[in-house]
Design a protein around this ligand. Structure first.
Ligand code: IMP
Length: 176
């Protein structure tokens, strides 16, 4: 059991298990994108460790860049809109692999996909380390999923609780 800020968490997915699964995803992506010169786009902050570990294991020519999403409330009818910050590579006619830490409700990814498609990439796929299928409010096509998990809060390996816990080498789940 560990404490992050004011909450306790218990071990959930160990570092070795993560490493093995990340290697499998990288191998699959390397096969699928052979000869396609993919551009990986990591979504900051949460994906920075997963993106680095995944990218190190990709064995085909590929590029990586990072973006940040700024949430702001538009009108009441549209709800929260994500503005994409830092996209400074031309993604037109590129095969894009978005790298995300976790897809929870799917709202963030839905907005991001909508925005990226306006730049006319050749294709866009999503690689997420974690997915909470039960939390889905929007259906998002996820081509690469590390681990489907229950609808519970997790930290570690880049994921945070109020900014803390990102440096934990394995993933922990909120204790009951
Ligand atoms: P969504 O729009 O609900 O899919 O939210 C995605 C974002 O919420 C992720 O990129 C994370 O930053 C955050 N998030 C969702 N679930 C968790 C969790 O269990 N731990 C830490 N962050 C989470």
């Amino acid at each position: 059991m560990i404490t992050v800020k004011d909450k306790t968490f218990v071990p959930f997915i160990g570092a070795d298990t993560i490493e093995q699964r990340v290697a499998e995803l990288a191998a699959q992506i390397s096969t699928d994108y052979e000869g396609k010169n993919p551009l990986f786009i990591g979504v900051l902050n949460g994906s920075f460790i997963f993106a680095a570990d995944l990218f190190k294991k990709v064995v085909i020519p590929a590029q990586i860049t990072f973006i940040k999403l700024a949430s702001y409330s538009a009108t009441e009818s549209t709800g929260t809109v994500e503005e994409v910050l830092g996209l400074n590579i031309d993604i037109a006619n590129r095969h894009i692999v978005i790298v995300e830490d976790i897809v929870d409700t799917g709202l963030t990814m839905t907005e991001l996909l909508k925005t990226l498609k306006e730049y006319q990439p050749l294709s866009v796929a999503v690689a997420t380390l974690l997915h909470k299928p039960e939390a889905a409010k929007k259906k998002v096509e996820l081509k690469y999923v590390g681990f489907p998990i229950d609808n519970k809060f997790v930290v570690g390996y880049g994921l945070d609780y109020d900014g803390y816990g990102r440096n934990l080498p394995s993933i922990y789940i909120l204790s009951e």
